[in-house]
Design a binder for this molecule. Structure first.
Ligand SMILES: [Zn+2]
Length: 468
């Protein structure tokens, strides 16, 4: 039906203030409450809510423009929350995930528009006044956010999350509330069916961030969507590589200039001009200015491996790595992004109580991505490295060891030294204890990086002073 003039006027006024992205508005005769259809970019206004458009229309615009904006964003948030839950809770979350995310989004949205628009706050206040007593005494996050805005309650922890727009923590809170009050009758006000592309995009992003993507599979089964992990893996590898490049550029920017040695100038060897990296940063290659030299030493924390032939990643799968799984995945994916870009032959061996071949020597980069994003687990109850070294294939090897360096058979490591050219210890550990490790490989060059697992989201790789 055509929108009445009076309504049209209110909508136009709100649009002028909020400048939303293009969408259609319909009055949905059958809808009990208004909604945002993210897939088709339609806002459906319920007949029952036409006299509080200053709240409702703004609210639905926010769903369309920010929370979630895309269906793949919702999937990403859902997987991140699932990865924080126990197995038992995860199966309940699988049923509640849409609602959980919607409650978190509603919280952030109403907190924002309630503070920002007086006309919206008026309706939120009225709504809060009419909330049932039992809700007011133990509100779910979205009602809590409205109560904060209305000025009738103080929830400092929730308010901090709201200020940070922390959908994950608010969602976790929403889940536990729903688990406790299973009789809750909330309904989601966002619609849209996820597509294969939504899943692939979400998978690519989640892999890049070091998330376990098993929950994503479970959700795709529930949504009846099949997606191509191969494609998602390639998206992740490219994204991670781009991250490297932008990290370098950021460093250069903060220094205020590009270091001379990083810039390709006429006269330098043509093979050293890194066209790909140059074009990633600038849309034009100007020698001496925007031309980046093919020189891996400029990557933060990494120096160009020299003289090796094959590469191996040895991944610590012992139980002591349990709180470092995400960090390990990120390191692994980052190395793979690097190998993929430079076509480096590699293998992965997991070590713990016993060694497992996780990726055979070769060029199957997405196979490595699959291992890290789906199968990597810290589960072993012993940490022995020597049996893993015994499984190595290849010569003149560059060896990456991702571990917390709590290794119990370092005395046996020496016999495998002859095939190893260089060892890079990627130490994920709070205390920087690595001396014994270095001693065990005596005679082989050992370089080390120390990663603080708590700062892994920033993924600041710090190069340690040379360990030997
Ligand atoms: Zn909503």
């Amino acid at each position: 039906m055509r929108l009445p003039r009076k309504i049209e006027r209110i909508l136009r006024r709100i649009r002028t203030q909020m400048r939303p992205t293009p969408h259609n508005v319909v009055i949905d005769e059958r809808a009990e409450t208004s909604y945002s259809d993210i897939e088709n970019r339609v806002i459906g206004l319920s007949k029952n809510q036409l006299d509080e458009l200053d709240w409702i229309y703004r609210h639905e615009i926010m769903h369309l423009d920010k929370y979630p904006r895309t269906i793949s964003n919702e999937i990403i948030w859902q997987v991140k929350i699932a990865n924080m839950l126990s197995d038992e809770d995860r199966s309940l979350f699988r049923k509640l995930r849409h609602l959980v995310i919607n409650m978190a989004e509603d919280s952030v949205i109403d907190y924002y528009i309630g503070l920002r628009y007086k006309s919206a706050r008026k309706y939120i206040k009225k709504y809060v006044e009419n909330l049932p007593k039992e809700i007011k005494s133990d509100p779910p996050c979205h009602e809590g956010a409205r109560m904060i805005v209305a000025g009738v309650a103080d929830y400092p922890i929730l308010e901090n999350w709201l200020k940070d727009k922390n959908i994950i923590m608010i969602g976790l809170d929403a889940f536990y509330w729903l688990k406790k009050h299973q009789e809750g009758e909330y309904k989601s006000d966002t619609r849209g069916k996820p597509s294969r592309e939504d899943y692939e995009k979400a998978a690519g992003q989640l892999i890049t961030e070091g998330e376990n993507i098993i929950p994503l599979y479970e959700f795709s089964v529930d949504d009846n969507v099949e997606f191509d992990l191969e494609k998602a893996s390639l998206i992740a590898l490219t994204k991670r590589y781009e991250w490297y490049i932008s990290a370098i550029m950021e460093k250069e920017r903060t220094k205020g200039y590009m270091s001379r040695q990083g810039v390709w100038i006429p006269g330098d060897e043509p093979s050293k001009l890194n066209v790909y990296a140059s074009l990633l940063q600038y849309n034009k290659i100007i020698p001496g200015l925007t031309a980046i030299k093919r020189d891996t030493s400029r990557i933060i924390g990494w120096t160009e491996p020299s003289g090796y032939r094959d590469v191996a990643i040895l991944v610590d799968e012992s139980g002591s790595m349990r709180d470092k799984e995400k960090a390990t995945r990120m390191v692994g994916i980052s190395l793979l992004a690097w190998f993929n870009r430079w076509r480096i032959q590699y293998q992965i061996i997991g070590f713990g109580s016993s060694p497992f071949l996780r990726a055979a020597l070769g060029f199957d980069y997405t196979g490595g991505v699959r291992y890290f994003s789906m199968y990597y687990r810290a589960w072993g109850n012993d940490t022995r490295l020597a049996p893993a070294l015994n499984m190595l294939k290849g010569r003149n090897m560059l060896l990456y060891v991702i571990s917390d360096a709590k290794i119990y058979d370092l005395n046996k490591v020496a016999e495998y030294k002859s095939r190893i050219k260089e060892v890079v210890l990627v130490l994920i550990n709070k205390d920087k204890k690595y001396r014994e490790f270095t001693k065990a490989f005596k005679g082989v060059t050992v370089r080390g990086y120390w990663l603080n697992p708590e700062e892994i989201d920033k993924f600041i790789i710090q190069e340690l002073e040379k360990l030997h």
